[in-house]
Design a protein around this ligand. Structure first.
Ligand code: PLP
Length: 384
């Protein structure tokens, strides 16, 4: 029988998934802090808008780029919330941020070319580079600076083979928001090497205590920036699978063409839900944002008070990247915490070499569960 291709075989099973499966296979009482999605349901007004649209006939394919009203809503939200300005034909509505990243990688990274990203990083970039037959390159950032963006390190690894660099801000898994000057330096270098910066801004709406400017708005070379956004995290809409890609026409035109052979278009019903989320009442989303910020404060304070535990203070998203002072690799320690102390975290090694020794805690969970989970982590470190 013909073997599956290398490009699919090189992709590894995510370690977050390993922990998820372990947690699912036991009937113990567990505190689940490994999950990377809001614990809130989509607000009612969004569900109503989608249901009404479906009843009124929005059950057909849309154009490949997406409904014009949906692209208008995205265009206006990007400009108002993040200062990123695009024309309608520079925006494609995608099946979540994941499809946007996949399409951006396929359109920019050729066989043998490099896709760079500062580590630790979300594991999907590596797989997406493999699918494009490119070479994923993790450039480890420094733990001592809390994994902030070290532009010198990243830029010194760039070269003629670099086709694209992914910058994720706020970051999954570290919760860091990158410094604007460092971002500018990376975009400048992309201009020099004729490469792209893929700006993964799916968590931009969850930036705490500072202005969430988009990377394209920060740089002098917006034509080198492809912006990925999503309704998933800010609007509690992970299951609707609705995101977008915005950027230079030369790339967007190609993306619109090839996606005819992948998904053709995002769900028509989800596009109507997105229009309502982006243009309708914002109070439910503001309440979620406030809840995430309160949890961030609580988690950061608790970490400070636990002996043998530290983490860079999360500035965005809903992750704290824990550094437990124990002599164990992160998968072993994550399994120990699950099995002996009933708390589930994502092992840092699942986010690349720079993540080894760390654990990602998601605070997309109730205060009660966070309190209990942190008690269990403290007990686990103490007893190890
Ligand atoms: N980028 C990052 C860093 C993520 O963590 C995720 C989801 O977990 C995504 C992109 C894609 O999310 P979605 O496809 O739900 O928009």
């Amino acid at each position: 029988m013909h073997e599956p291709t290398d490009r699919v075989r090189r992709a590894e099973r995510s370690q977050i998934r390993v922990m998820f499966d372990l947690a699912e296979s036991t009937d113990r009482d567990l505190v689940r802090l490994e999950v990377g999605e809001p614990d809130f349901d989509t607000p009612e007004h969004v569900i109503d808008a989608a249901a009404t649209a479906a009843r009124e006939g929005a059950t057909h394919y849309t154009s490949n780029a997406g409904l014009p009203e949906c692209r208008r809503a995205i265009r206006d939200a990007m400009a108002a919330d993040y200062g990123v300005k695009h024309d309608l034909d520079e925006i494609v509505v995608t099946v979540g941020g994941m499809e946007a990243l996949h399409l951006a990688t396929l359109a920019t990274v050729g066989p043998g070319e490099e896709l760079l990203y500062p580590g630790p990083a979300w594991p999907n970039y590596e797989t997406q580079a493999f699918l494009a037959e490119g070479t994923p390159v993790e450039v480890p950032m420094q733990a001592e600076t809390g994994f902030g963006l070290d532009a010198d390190r990243l830029v010194s690894r760039m070269g003629p083979e670099t086709a694209a660099v992914v910058l994720t801000t706020p970051s999954n898994p570290t919760g860091r928001v990158y410094d604007p000057d460092a971002i500018r330096a990376v975009v400048e270098a992309a201009d020099e090497y004729d490469a792209y910066v893929i700006a993964d801004e799916v968590y931009a709406g969850l930036t705490y205590g500072r202005d969430p400017r988009g990377i394209a708005a920060l740089s002098g070379h917006p034509e080198h920036v492809l912006t990925v956004g999503s309704c998933s995290k800010t609007y509690a809409m992970t299951g609707w699978r609705l995101g977008w890609l915005a950027g230079d026409r030369s790339i967007i035109d190609e993306v619109v063409k090839i996606r005819e052979s992948t998904t053709a278009c995002a769900s028509s019903i989800a596009q109507h839900a997105a229009i309502e989320a982006l243009t309708g009442p914002q109070e439910p989303f503001e309440e979620m944002y406030d809840a995430f910020e309160r949890r961030r404060d609580y988690v950061a304070d608790r970490i400070d008070g636990i002996d043998g535990l530290s983490a860079p203070r999360p500035e965005g998203a809903f992750y704290a990247f824990l550094d437990p002072d124990v002599d164990a690799d992160s998968l072993t320690f994550a399994k120990y915490l699950l099995e002996e102390h009933g708390v589930v975290l994502a092992p840092g090694s699942g986010f690349g070499t720079a993540g080894e020794g760390r654990l990602r805690l998601s605070f997309a969970n109730s205060m009660e569960q966070l309190e209990l989970g942190l008690d269990r982590i403290a007990a686990g470190i103490d007893a190890y």
